[in-house]
Every structure is written in C-alpha cells, then in structure tokens.
Design a protein around this ligand. Sequence first.
Ligand code: BDR
Ligand code: CA
Length: 318
Amino acid sequence: MKKKIPIIIDCDPGQDDAINLFLAMSSPAELEIIGITTVAGNVSISLTSRNARIICDIAGRPDIPVFAGSAHPMKRKLVTAEHVHGKTGLNGIDIYEPVHPLHEMHAVDFIVETLLAAEDESITLVLTGPLTNIALAIQKNPSILSKIAEIIMMGGAMREGGNYSPSAEFNIVVDPHAADIVFHSNLKISVLGLDVTYQVPATQSRKDRIRAMTNEVARSTSKMLDLFDRFAAIKYSSSGAPLNDPCTIAYLLKPELFTGKQCNLTVETESELTMGHTAIDFWQVTDRAVNVNWVYSVDSNGFYDLLIERLSRFDDRF
Ligand code: BDR
Ligand code: CA
C-alpha cells in the first residue's frame, strides 16, 4: 500500500478553499491532514478561522485541528475579497458558530513545532491563501525547511494576467513579501496559478452533476458554487467560476492530470503598478535559477471526474 502523504493546509476560506478542504477530507487513503491553518485573505482572520471550522463540522471531521494565523500581511495593509466571496467569506451556505473548536496555539507556532518534530522532507504544505504564515514560520526557524517534502500552492498568473490588478493574482498580491520569501526558500514548489485554474470553470453541466448528489458535503459545495458563480458571470461573462484552490489537492491526488514546466518565478515587490506580479521565465530568457514547477495546463474533465467521485464518497457518511 502507498504511504499516506502528511499535509498541512494553510488557507483563507473562501468557497474555493472550502471545496479544496472537502476534496482533501474525502481522500483519507492518500492524505493525512495533520492540521488546517488559517490566514487573513479573502476575509479577516476571525472569519477565515470560523469558516474552516464550519467546513470541519459539515464534513464530520472533529479530528482535524484548526489553528488561526496571521491577521495581516508582513508589510502591507490587508486587502480582502468580500466582493468575490461575500461578507462572510463563505456566502451561499448557512453561517453559524461552529462546534469545531479553534486551537489556542498560533498557526505559525503550530507549523514550526510540527515541522521541527517531523522527519526530514516528510511534510507537504498545501497553500491556498496569502503566504504570510509560511513565510513567518520560515523566518522564525529556518530549520523547518529541511522537514518540508514539498509545497503545492495556488497563486500567481502568467498568461491570464491578474484577477486583483491587471498583472497580479490575489494570493500573491495580498502579501508579496511573504511570497518572495517562499519563492527564495529553495524548496520544491509546484505553483497552480490562474493559467491553470481558469481551465476548470464550474460550468452548468458540472454543477448539475454535483447537485445530483444528496450528501451534505456535496449539497454545501453546490450552494457555494452557485454564489461563486454569480461573481464569475459578472466579472468574466463566463458560465462558471474557476475552482482555483481545489487544483492543489487535485494535483496531489492525480498529478498526471496536470502539465508543468520548471521555471524561475520572481515576485514584484517594489512597483505599485505591478505589485505582486509573478514574472515567470517560461522560455528561459534570463539566467535566473529555476525555483518552481509552473503548472500551466490541466485535463479539465478529468479534474471534475475526480472532484465529483470524491464528493460522492461522503454519501456513506450521512
Ligand atoms: C485565489 O484568491 C482567493 O480569492 C481564492 O480563494 C483563491 O485562493 C484566487 O486568486
Ligand atoms: Ca484561497
């Protein structure tokens, strides 16, 4: 039997972060979720932390600890995305005070302590929000670096430009200085940016397949997608919101669905005009060293087949 991959998911839920958590929770044979850490991004830290706990409640996972992390980026003022995700960050489903507790420990301390206690190159970090927590953890104790097997993250854009500004994607632009630290870490990093996530829109027929399922997780996914879609329709005149963050867990589960290329990725941290831009040297026109696997293409139908099959696994749980 293949060994389970131990992962920490650092996120800012967010409907797409939430669906990514469901996808991870549906895959216990492959993934061991050691903890969920939250960061301010789509909404404030108190809301992203509450939302992560609501997701644990819905999925029936009282065993996964949730830790609240950074309330603001390292150097810049926090910007949020209520216009995309709604005031609660998870508009579309019922919001309530979750049963699932919030751990007292700060997320950065949890990450540092967990990694220090782990074997070398043993833990995978899945990052679907601004990179503040991880950068602070690296700064706090650089010895954690040797413990990380790899990073799989959603962020950045090359061909798709940006969704926050003409040249920047949200997760990177919220905390470009944190991103810069992560991309200079010499870790093995796979980056799923807008170039790939825009290839997986939740079209009507895909949403219909999810709506046909009756379990609570699939029902919540459906409701979140409906809300997420409204924004996509206004912003992109498209018939389906891109499922950005679930590309990370899908990549871990089925890397063969994706195509990537070893590239240098450098983040803009100076210019206000292009702040947070990810300059990707796709054609190796500079001598900057390779630091990421830039994932740029996905088998879109394969992605939805995987997601839908995994969501259907919750049928037996309710
Ligand atoms: C990213 O930004 C957030 O709004 C989403 O949750 C996703 O992580 C997409 O740019
Ligand atoms: Ca996110």
